[in-house]
Design a protein around this ligand. Structure first.
Ligand SMILES: CC(C)(COP(=O)(O)OP(=O)(O)OC[C@H]1O[C@@H](n2cnc3c(N)ncnc32)[C@H](O)[C@@H]1O)[C@@H](O)C(=O)NCCC(=O)NCCS
Ligand SMILES: Nc1ncnc2c1ncn2[C@@H]1O[C@H](COP(=O)(O)OP(=O)(O)OP(=O)(O)O)[C@@H](O)[C@H]1O
Length: 244
């Protein structure tokens, strides 16, 4: 995980009081874009940790779905579990409910750690950002948009799966056309990878703009500066009053 410190602080936090932020929400082309961001910004993904063998999430999921979702080494067979939950909305809802507490506490912990390290920008790559109502706490929200047909074709090419399976996966989330109406920034990814790169450079300029004063005081550097100012103020006023 990369982390840069500089006078420009721009980070993402789920809790409103720390809200100078940046959320990356990137359906279709999400991984490639967020991996690019890694060069500049802090980024994390949680998808594997919550299902790690022996974790609390793993125990709950195995108890609910049975041991037949496990590989020989005891890890969850993600592709098998994916097939189950993406073809059955009820089971997907169950999986989401079981993992939601671990996903949200994991995100919160990660953000606190990054904030303490003074990260400028934290990128949250959250597939169900709107569905989980996490969009309330994050800003700006970026949606990487493509038209439904391109989305389907790219998914088919990437996963080498059946059309039914691909459609199930797409339908498991809010439609991109709706997501784009909820975004602060929309990246149109119907063009080539080079086009995407160009679009992305523009967005980077936007999201690394200088902080507003509110954002600065809520940043780690701002909070430390405020602390130093308060301590200095107390010391100086004590000296002043004791000399009277
Ligand atoms: C179903 C699982 C096992 C599939 O694992 P797999 O390695 O095959 O895929 P991966 O995790 O990379 O997800 C692929 C894509 O599927 C989509 N997706 C994942 N989980 C969900 C879900 N619960 N609902 C809708 N779409 C989902 C996302 O777009 C994601 O980028 C895994 O995604 C999982 O445990 N999901 C449930 C918990 C979760 O991550 N929820 C999302 C919280 S924001
Ligand atoms: N502009 C593009 N030109 C060509 N192929 C692209 C373009 N953008 C994305 N793709 C391809 O589309 C597929 C989906 O992209 P990616 O895996 O980044 O999406 P994602 O949002 O992370 O998907 P998921 O939510 O399913 O994890 C990948 O195979 C990727 O290489």
């Amino acid at each position: 995980m990369q982390c840069h410190t500089s006078p420009i602080l721009f980070f993402n936090f789920i809790l409103k009081p720390f809200h100078s932020n940046f959320t990356l929400f990137l359906p279709k082309k999400k991984k490639i874009v967020s991996n690019t961001l890694l060069l500049f910004l802090s980024h994390f993904g949680l998808s594997t940790d919550v299902l790690k063998k022996g974790s609390r999430g793993w125990k709950k999921v195995v108890a609910a779905f049975g041991e037949n979702i496990l590989q020989a080494d005891g890890e969850v067979d993600r592709s098998k579990l994916g097939q189950i939950v993406f073809s059955d909305p009820g089971k997907r809802q169950l999986l989401n409910q079981l993992l939601a507490p671990y996903i949200s506490s994991g995100i919160l912990l990660e953000i606190v750690k990054l904030w303490m390290r003074g990260c400028q920008v934290i990128v949250l790559d959250v597939p169900l950002l709107f569905e989980a109502k996490m969009d309330k706490w994050t800003k700006p929200i970026i949606v990487v948009w493509v038209d439904p047909e391109t989305q389907l074709q790219r998914l088919l090419a990437r996963d080498r799966t059946s059309e039914e399976d691909a459609r199930n996966r797409i339908n498991a989330q809010m439609a991109l056309d709706l997501k784009r109406t909820k975004a602060d920034i929309v990246i149109d990814n119907t063009g080539s990878l080079d086009d995407l790169n160009e679009e992305f450079k523009k967005v980077l300029l936007q999201v690394t703009r200088p902080l507003t004063w509110t954002e600065f005081w809520l940043s780690r550097h701002g909070a430390l500066s405020a602390l130093v100012l308060v301590v200095a103020g107390v010391v100086v006023s004590r000296k002043f009053y004791s000399s009277l």
